[in-house]
Design a protein around this ligand. Structure first.
Ligand SMILES: [Zn+2]
Length: 633
């Protein structure tokens, strides 16, 4: 038998027919046939006949399955038709690791075409878990094998509407059922929306339920270009990845099984291109949905760098989505108390997209053990809302070691300064990052590090100073409360690093992401780090200055750095137009040549002038086009 997981992946075309082993293909055909006969088809008849069964016949003409299935054959008269456009599959990432490799690739491609890495723009849309189709305005096709599909225009004739009452002909999309509608009207008859979705396109007359879903606009065709989007620069994607995922996953009232990221910059898309299976400028990040039940062996309190005590549940070693899990965080002691996460409790686990295992729920609660004292310094713990906290921030060893380790981890341009090294330094009276930068090989050897290790540590320290890093990363390394990578970057998009210590509450609250409460906390935090900051800053770290938002907007239009010539009568005085163009980074010329990118024409421009420009390979655009392209949204 195939696992439900594999079957789902085949149905969703995460695994394409060509990727199946012969045995899997045969088993899938059998499963699909059984599902069809039980009245809950998992794939369309067309896909079944023309893709899977055809492939099986081709590969194993003597497979006994064919003989048992064929008499029941339900082949359609209709032929497979060529799709108006190739419908490629989307490359998938199940981990941040794979996402970051994708980002590396697009940065490499950007460099090849001289595109500034800070100008790479990305958009993210929810990945719908529906039935893929292509609407060319005339016909609707199934995705089929990506090249040929079936004509299922009948779905529109049945009254299927396009999402947001958009018109026809918007290209690729999915037939989906609204989640709210499914739960209200269909959940008692179908296990998943997917089972229902395929019944909408079947050839025989629709049953009442399906027809009603179409009329009620509970079922829709959603063209991808009509989906709501998140968009931003690649640096934001890196800094706020989890936040973006969480946001995009809940953007629509449809079943979503991931987030599709793609490059916006046209030149970069062209440069990256496609391989036979998918576009290189696009990737789908998908969350793992595997779930297991497991018994908790013990719950260990861990002291974080901020003094918060995190309960860590040690569990029976369990295989989950391809990795063995032995511990999982219980988040905070408020939750431990509330859920009964004690020794012997049974919990349900999953792995979120970032491969971190997480507890979905406690199935069988047990009495819990709440610690009274800090495991590291022995001080009495206090409750701060849901959190147990060691408030001995200045002297608690675990907190000091945590903060120093965090600094080097966030800089991410050094090796060997992990927790074991920092613990050893702590044992020899090193209490801060600035003290670490005063060390030399002799001192390290006196502490007990070997010669080679000592030399390496010193060279890693100078590497951390000399290797270029973003200034917001440097600031985030200080581990201030409410000042993660994202907020640090936001702050430095408006103010220079050395000016932030003088900011007023009002200036801070005017920045995106800094509500009043956050701003208050940040001001206190800045005061608390300023001395250590000054000590460290004097080593002249190689900092890359964040571009101010107001400057960045200038670079966001597609005419940036292009050479243009104005001609003809325009709505604004020529001098003003030139001055404005220069201020937004456009290069102005007065004579035409092959080096010119655009000729912007006003009224009364001779046909000859336009022809000459086109012969030189210069793109001609009207004044209205020009103005629309430099307007910053
Ligand atoms: Zn403590």
């Amino acid at each position: 038998m195939l696992s439900q997981n594999i079957i789902d992946k085949i149905v969703r075309q995460d695994i394409l027919v060509d990727e199946l082993l012969d045995e899997e293909l045969a088993l899938f055909c059998q499963t699909a046939n059984l599902a069809y006969r039980s009245g809950n088809p998992i794939i369309s008849n067309e896909d079944y006949d023309f893709i899977y069964l055809a492939k099986l016949k081709n590969k194993e003409p003597n497979n006994p399955l064919l003989k048992s299935i064929e008499p029941e054959g339900r082949a359609f008269a209709e032929e497979k038709v060529l799709l108006p456009e190739l419908m490629l599959s989307i490359d998938k990432a199940y981990s941040w690791n794979k996402m970051s490799k994708w980002i590396e690739r697009l940065e490499k491609s950007a460099m090849l075409i001289g595109l500034d890495l800070n100008s790479i723009q990305i958009k993210a849309t929810p990945k719908l878990d529906g039935f893929a189709g292509f609407d060319d305005g005339n016909r609707l096709y199934t995705r089929g094998d990506g090249k040929k599909g079936s004509d299922i225009s009948r779905v529109f004739k049945r009254g299927l509407c396009v999402f947001k009452d958009s018109g026809r002909g918007l290209g690729a999309g999915e037939i989906v059922v609204k989640k709210s509608y499914f739960e209200k009207y269909l959940a008692h008859s179908f296990e998943y929306p997917r089972n229902f979705q395929s019944s909408l396109i079947k050839e025989k007359a629709l049953d009442e339920q399906a027809q009603k879903a179409i009329i009620d606009k509970g079922a829709l065709f959603v063209p991808f270009i009509k989906l709501p989007i998140w968009s931003g620069f690649v640096t934001e994607l890196v800094a706020k990845f989890e936040e973006i995922i969480a946001k995009v996953l809940v953007m629509v009232d449809f079943d979503v099984d991931g987030v599709v990221f793609e490059v916006i910059n046209i030149d970069l898309k062209t440069q990256m291109g496609a391989n036979r299976k998918f576009h290189r400028w696009q990737i789908a990040f998908k969350e793992n949905k595997d779930i297991v039940q497991v018994k908790v062996l013990s719950v260990i309190p861990q002291v974080g760098r901020s003094g918060k005590i995190t309960p860590v549940a040690e569990i029976e070693p369990t295989l989950l989505s391809g990795a063995t899990i032995v511990r999982v965080t219980g988040h905070h002691y408020g939750l431990v108390k509330e859920q009964g996460l004690g020794i012997g409790s049974v919990v349900e686990l999953t792995r979120s997209g970032l491969v971190i295992p997480k507890i979905i729920s406690v199935l069988k609660p047990m009495p819990v053990d709440i610690p009274d004292n800090c495991l590291s310094c022995g001080k009495l713990l206090v409750w701060e809302s849901d959190f147990l906290v060691c408030v001995n921030h200045k002297n608690c060893p675990a907190q000091i070691i945590g903060r120093i380790t965090y600094f080097f981890k966030v800089l991410a341009n050094n090796d060997g300064l992990g927790i074991a090294t920092i613990e050893k330094l702590y044992a020899h009276n090193i209490r801060s990052v600035s003290q670490i930068y005063t060390l030399n090989v002799e001192r390290l050897m006196a502490i007990g590090f070997g010669e080679k290790t000592s030399i390496n540590l010193i060279s890693q320290l100078s590497r951390s100073i000399n290797e270029k890093i973003e200034d917001w990363r440097f600031l985030a390394a200080f581990g201030m409360h409410r000042m993660g990578l994202g907020n640090c970057e936001n702050l430095l998009k408006s103010y220079r690093l050395n000016d932030i210590f003088d900011l007023t509450l009002e200036q801070l609250t005017n920045i995106d992401g800094f509500a009043e409460l956050t701003a208050q906390v940040v001001i206190q935090e800045l005061v608390s780090i300023v001395d250590e900051y000054n000590q460290i800053y004097q080593y002249h770290f190689n900092l890359d200055t964040t571009v101010f938002t107001k400057d960045l907007q200038i670079l966001m239009h597609e005419l940036f750095d292009k050479r243009i010539v104005f001609t003809g009568n325009m709505s604004y005085p020529r001098n003003e137009m030139k001055k404005h163009a220069k201020s937004v980074g456009i290069k102005i010329s007065t004579t035409m040549s092959t080096k010119i990118d655009y000729l912007v024409i006003g009224r009364k421009v001779g046909q000859k002038k336009i022809q000459d420009a086109e012969e030189l390979g210069v793109v001609v655009m009207t004044e209205a086009d020009y103005l629309s392209k430099i307007t910053i949204q």
